[in-house]
Design a protein around this ligand. Structure first.
Ligand code: ADP
Ligand code: MG
Length: 338
C-alpha cells in the first residue's frame, strides 16, 4: 500500500478556497468579474450583513446552458482559456477556472442561469456537494446567491473583521469595477439600502461623480495619449484638488484594476513640486495594450501585473499628466450629464 494518494475533489477545492476566497469582497469580486466577462450591461449586487449572510449577484449576461451550469463548478473549468497560447493573450478578467469551485466549497450556493434560448437551470450546492439540479426560468442571464459564507470553515470565519470593515472592502471593490467599466450599469445595495448606482451610459466623469462626489469630479481633467505600445486615458485632478492618501489613484490595465508601484511613482513624478509632500492627486488611469506585454498571472487575485516596456509607459504617463499639471494643455470644460 502506498502512503500517497490523490485527495478527493471536495477537499482540494476547500483548500484552494483558502487562497481565492479570503473574505466576502473576494466572492463579490469573482462573481461580478464573471458577470462582466459574460458581457452583462447591468449588474446588481445585494449584500446582507456585509455579505456574510448573503451575497447575490444578478446579471443580464450570456448565461449558461444546463451542461455548462454544472461544469462551471468543477475546478479548472473555464470557457476563457483553452491553451497555453491563450494564457499570454488574456482579455477576460477571469481565466483560472477555480473561483466557482472554491466559493461553492465554503458556502451554500444557489444559481439560476439561462442563455435565454432554452429552459433555464437552477443549481444548489452546499459545501461543494451538489444538492439539486432543476429547471429554471427562461430569463437571459445569471442570478448567483451565496449564503452563510465560511459556515464550514470556522477558522476563516474567525478571521473576518467587523461588518463595517468587510462592507468597506466591497464598496471599494465595486467603486473600482464601476470606474473601469463605465459602460456597465452597477447597483450595490447593503441590507436593502442603495450604496452605489451608475447608469452604464459610458461616461467616465459621470461614474467619477458617483464615486468621488460631483465637486471633486468637476475638478478632474480628461487626458488621452499614446505611443507605439500603450494608450493611456482617464481623468486626473488639478493640483488644487488633492488627498492625503495614494488610494485615490486607480490604475486599470485592459479593464482590470491593478496595483503598480512604478506607475504610481510616474504619476507622482508629474505632480512633483506642484503638490506638498504627503499629498496626492485623484487619478483614474486606464491603460490599453496588447495583452502579450502584460502578465497578470502573478497571484490568484490578479492584482499584480508585470509589464514589458514599463519604462516607456511610465515616461508617457509622466509627460501626459505633467502637461495638465503645468496647465500647458487647455483644460476642457467638464460637463457632467444628469
Ligand atoms: P473563470 O472565470 O476563471 O473562467 P470561474 O470559476 O469564475 O472561472 O467560472 C467558470 C466558468 O463559468 C466561466 O469560465 C464561465 O464560462 C462560467 N460562468 C461563471 N459565471 C458566469 C456568469 N455570470 N454568466 C455566464 N457564465 C458564467
Ligand atoms: Mg471567474
Amino acid at each position: 500500500m502506498p502512503n500517497i494518494h490523490i485527495m478527493d475533489e471536495r477537499l482540494s477545492n476547500k483548500i484552494a478556497a483558502g487562497e481565492v476566497v479570503e473574505r466576502p469582497s473576494s466572492v463579490v469580486k469573482e462573481l461580478v468579474e464573471n458577470a462582466i466577462d459574460a458581457k452583462s450591461t447591468s449588474i446588481q449586487v445585494d449584500l446582507v450583513e456585509a455579505g456574510l449572510m448573503k451575497i447575490q449577484v444578478t446579471d443580464n449576461g450570456v448565461g449558461m446552458d444546463r451542461e455548462d451550469a454544472l461544469l462551471a463548478f468543477s475546478r479548472h473549468a473555464t470557457s476563457k482559456l483553452l491553451s497555453e497560447h491563450d494564457l499570454f493573450r488574456i482579455r477576460s478578467l477571469g481565466f483560472r477556472g477555480e473561483a466557482l469551485a472554491s466559493i461553492a466549497a465554503v458556502s451554500k450556493v444557489f444559481m439560476q442561469t439561462s442563455t435565454g434560448e432554452e429552459q433555464g437551470t437552477i443549481v444548489r450546492i452546499e459545501g461543494g456537494k451538489l444538492l439539486e439540479t432543476a429547471d429554471g426560468p427562461l430569463r437571459k442571464g445569471t442570478i448567483f446567491r451565496v449564503e452563510q459564507l465560511f459556515y464550514n470553515t470556522p477558522a476563516r470565519l474567525k478571521y473576518v473583521k467587523t461588518i463595517q470593515t468587510e462592507l468597506g472592502h466591497s464598496i471599494d471593490l465595486m467603486n473600482r469595477l464601476a470606474l473601469s467599466h463605465p459602460d456597465v450599469a452597477f447597483t450595490l445595495t447593503h441590507n436593502e439600502q442603495t450604496l452605489l448606482q451608475t447608469t452604464g451610459r459610458g461616461n467616465l466623469q459621470q461614474v467619477a461623480s458617483s464615486v468621488y462626489g460631483v465637486a471633486a469630479a468637476k475638478q478632474m481633467v480628461p487626458f488621452h495619449s499614446s505611443n507605439e505600445d500603450f494608450e493611456v486615458s482617464g481623468l486626473t485632478s488639478q493640483p488644487t484638488v488633492n488627498r492625503a492618501s495614494k488610494n485615490y489613484i486607480s490604475l486599470f490595465i485592459n479593464g482590470r484594476w491593478v496595483r503598480h508601484f512604478g506607475i504610481i511613482r510616474a504619476i507622482e513624478e508629474a505632480y512633483h513640486t506642484f503638490l506638498p509632500i504627503g499629498r496626492f492627486p485623484i487619478t483614474l488611469l486606464s491603460i490599453k495594450t496588447d495583452p502579450i506585454l502584460t502578465d497578470v498571472n502573478v497571484h490568484p487575485s490578479k492584482h499584480q501585473v508585470r509589464l514589458s516596456k514599463e519604462k516607456e509607459l511610465e515616461l508617457l504617463i509622466t509627460k501626459t499628466l505633467r502637461d495638465i499639471v503645468r496647465g500647458e494643455q487647455e483644460i476642457p470644460k467638464v460637463v457632467i450629464p444628469k
